[in-house]
Write a protein that binds this ligand. Sequence first.
Ligand code: LLP
Length: 422
Amino acid sequence: MVNAFTYLDNQLHAERVPASMLAEQYGTPLYVYSRAALTDAYRSYADACTGRRAKVHFAVKANSNLAVLSVFVRLGAGFDIVSGGELARVLAAGGKPNDVVFSGVGKSAAEMRIALDMGGCCFNIESLAELEHLNQVASESGRIAPISLRVNPDVDVKTHQYISTGLKSTKFGVAFDDARATYRAALGMKYLRITGIDCHIGSQITEISPYLNAIDKILELVVQVESDGALIQHIDIGGGLGIRYHDETPPNIGMFVKTILDHFTQRGHSHREIWFEPGRSLVGNAGILLTRVEYLKPGPVKNFAIVDAAMNDLIRPAMYNAYHTVDAVTPRNNQPLVTYDIVGPVCESGDWLARDRPFILETGDLLAIRSVGAYGFAISSNYNSRPRAAELLVDGAQVHVARQRETITKLMDGELVLPDYI
Ligand code: LLP
């Protein structure tokens, strides 16, 4: 796997560009993505699928920047979306409706209509109520909707409880025991065409065995629903493959894909088309967040490095207790190390980015928070009325502004002060 963020002459670089130059020119906090890292991760999936009927749909929720999406469009990826907004982004980046899978538990009639009118996109359906709703909307639009059911295989995945989705207790998917009956119901609906089956068991999964358990359960169901008259052309195994943030040892992408595809072969299903919906493993390690130290604040119990990025820019530490490696952009080695908590300016104790990290720091130093390409900017907010960071995509020595820094004026767009007459 390409590591696009490496040191040259004691200077962190993004591909061939010194990170300090990017921070000078574009300001901080600043998201920086590497095209080489995005491409390398996608190719690892695609190459491992060679010779098989398989398709990789990038889960747009992980990083929906148009420049990032257009890299994947050019590489031939499909897209997994969960909203009309994500659909619009995929189209704006040049993606085709035929390459889109529409997931999510709560699609609205308006979202269904837009996707139906475009044609081609497959709906992953998560409940009987949604199935009936889509049939109704499709009949009104005079269209036939291609569908697969997202089945909840009830397998346990050792990951953070907020990102485990394949257990009975989560809101996701049709319960395994109800799935056959739900497919039968779909067979009776005139405006739906069953094309496949889907499952997604969680995120940041670092072992393959839960996938194999889920696949065995799904295949059991495939045999049953085909005997009922449905034709399952594709099996979508979802996303979820983990990345290395710290000391995790997830399987590499090639080995993961090969093991999954071999498993289908061993079970006698090599003829099926297999779909993947990765988010994090395609983009996670392709991004860093550059931030500058504003103040050093020694304390009786802890030392704080207060930086200009905050929980609104990167919420993963606060939300999932997530670990992100933090490196000095130009490391110093002239003094003893001091242990710091790296925190932001937001008025919440939960506003931390890293804890207990040894550094030699001075005010004005630049830090790089690693592995933020997935669920970094995508979940960022304007909390504390902070404009969102700029995003860059670096390609060799070239720098592309993928998103301009938000302005404070833009933050107030659409808001109105109370008029005098009220
Ligand atoms: N497909 C479906 C239906 C999903 O719900 C997800 C992620 C994916 C694919 C992509 O999963 P990935 O390959 O990225 O694991 N915000 C959390 C992660 C939430 C994942 C939600 N679903 C985090 O920052 O860790």
